[in-house]
Design a binder for this molecule. Structure first.
Ligand code: PGA
Length: 250
C-alpha cells in the first residue's frame, strides 16, 4: 500500500513572517485533520531552519526546494544535504519545472542530485511534466519517458524506495488549469510503467513508488485526483501557501 501524501511547495512566495505563521498554524491545526495522510512542506531555503524548528516533533515533515549534490564544500549560493541533515530535514524537490525552465536544469543533472540524496538517506521528489506546446504536439509520453530515463536511469534498486515522483504538467502549474483526473491518471500510469521498465522485475519497485500530481491542486479537486488508482498525493503550490486552503486539502 502506498501512502497518500500532501506536499506543500511554498516556492519563493512567502515572507519570513508568513512562513513562520503558516508553520505555526500547521503545527497546531493539522494533526487533528491528517488522518492516515503524510504532510511535507517545502519552504524557501532562507526559512528552512526556522520552519524546521517550529515543526520539530510534529507530524509535518520539512523538505528543501533544491540541493547541490555534494558534501560540505566551496559552492557559493547553494545548500548541501549535510547542512539540511543537521536541521533534521530529510526531503528535497528535484527538477521542478520552474528550475528546468528558468535555470536550465537538465534531467541528467537531476539524476546526480537524486542519486546523491537517496544514497545519503534523503527522500528525493523528482518532478517531471510536459509543456502545453509538447502536449499539443502529441509529445507528452515522449517527454515523460525521456525525463524518467535520464533522471532515474542507473539509480540502484536498493535506494529507489527513497524516490518519489511528481507529475506536474507545466501548463497546469499556477495557472488554475488542472489536468482532468483522467489525464492525470493516464500520465501517472505511464510514469509507473516507465519506472517498472528501468529494472528487471521492476513492477514491485514501480508499485511502491509514490507518484504525486501537481498543478493547481485545491480543496475542490484534491479528492477526485487522489481517488485515481495511480495518484498517490499532491504537490501543491498556491493552495499550500495559506493556512485555510492548506488545511482544506485534508
Ligand atoms: P500550483 O503549483 O499548485 O500553484 O499549480 C504546483 C507546483 O508548482 O508545485
Amino acid at each position: 500500500m502506498r501512502p497518500k501524501i500532501i506536499a506543500g511547495n511554498w516556492k519563493m512566495n512567502l515572507s519570513e513572517k508568513e512562513a513562520l505563521a503558516l508553520a505555526t498554524g500547521l503545527k497546531e491545526k493539522l494533526p487533528s485533520r491528517l488522518g492516515d495522510k503524510k504532510a511535507v512542506v517545502f519552504p524557501s531555503s532562507i526559512h528552512l531552519a526556522s520552519v524546521a524548528r517550529i515543526l520539530e516533533n510534529s507530524p509535518v515533515s520539512v523538505g528543501a526546494q533544491n540541493i547541490y549534490p555534494s558534501p560540505l564544500t566551496a559552492m557559493t549560493g547553494e545548500t548541501g544535504p549535510d547542512q539540511l541533515s543537521e536541521l533534521g530535514i530529510g526531503f528535497a524537490l528535484v527538477g521542478h519545472s520552474e528550475r528546468r525552465q528558468f535555470l536550465k536544469e537538465t534531467s541528467v543533472f537531476c539524476n546526480q542530485k537524486i542519486s546523491y540524496l537517496a544514497k545519503n538517506g534523503f527522500t528525493a521528489i523528482y518532478c517531471v511534466g510536459e509543456t502545453l506546446e509538447e502536449r499539443e504536439a502529441g509529445k507528452t509520453f515522449e517527454v515523460l519517458s525521456k525525463q524518467i530515463q535520464e533522471g532515474l536511469g542507473s539509480i540502484p534498486s536498493d535506494i529507489f524506495p527513497r524516490i518519489w515522483v511528481a507529475y506536474e504538467p507545466v501548463w497546469a502549474i499556477g495557472t488554475g488549469k488542472v489536468a482532468s483526473p483522467a489525464q492525470a491518471q493516464e500520465a501517472h500510469a505511464f510514469i509507473r510503467k516507465e519506472i517498472s521498465g528501468l529494472f528487471q522485475n521492476g513492477k514491485s519497485i514501480a508499485d511502491t513508488t509514490p507518484i504525486l500530481y501537481g498543478g493547481s491542486v485545491k480543496a475542490d479537486n484534491v479528492k477526485e485526483l487522489l481517488g485515481q488508482p495511480d495518484i498517490d498525493g499532491g504537490l501543491v503550490g498556491g493552495a499550500s501557501q495559506k493556512l485555510d486552503s492548506f488545511l482544506a486539502l485534508f
